[in-house]
Design a protein around this ligand. Sequence first.
Ligand code: PGA
Length: 243
Amino acid sequence: MRRKLAAGNWKMNGLRAARAELDTLEQRHGDAGVDILICPPATLISACEDTPFDIGGQDCHAAVSGAHTGDISAEMLADAGASYVLTGHSERRTDHGETDAMVAAKSQAAYDAGLIAVICIGETLDERENGKTLDVIDAQLAGSIPDSADEENTVIAYEPVWAIGTGKVPTLDQIGEVHAHIRKCLTERFSDGDGMRILYGGSVKGSNAPDIFGVPEVDGALVGGASLKAADFSPIITALENS
Ligand code: PGA
């Protein structure tokens, strides 16, 4: 049985006062029947450590340490209290030119530090409109996941780039098609590929979460905007618990 996962990605949002949102979330979901992961900005990881939730970084460097001004290693995230890290988010791929090979190296660094990597993949609107979605997914899966991935250290997040922060969501059939394809690829490549969790991400809200969580092979969500406020994230967690 794959444990369901509700993951919040705060991106570059949140000052120290935002920590209070997690107190509200704890009152409602302190003993949730699903895993809850919060990925705040790195500056808040230590402050979030004493919550009942799993805490994650949003990126890590592929190296353990060294002359990389401004970067953070996976070991540092773990030391600050993180147990997960996002790798290959489309905003990192776009803003920082991260390639599949770089994402694989970062994910391996995460494993080496004892972190679970949430490896993000997804097609652009142009790729979808040109019928290339599954080819793009194949290439990203092949290039971004290290050979040492397993069901314990890896979660896959399918996030169509055109659905992130736009309010546009693929149809349930489209989500189902890609998730089924990802599952097939994972089970072909990894002996425990059936145990790896696959999240959907992109404009998930309380209103669409129940339908999305009803799609086969959707094991949870990676949520951006709607994870910033407990009042918005809570209905998504409840929908996952009820799915
Ligand atoms: P969104 O972001 O929920 O705001 O669309 C999702 C993500 O980028 O992880």
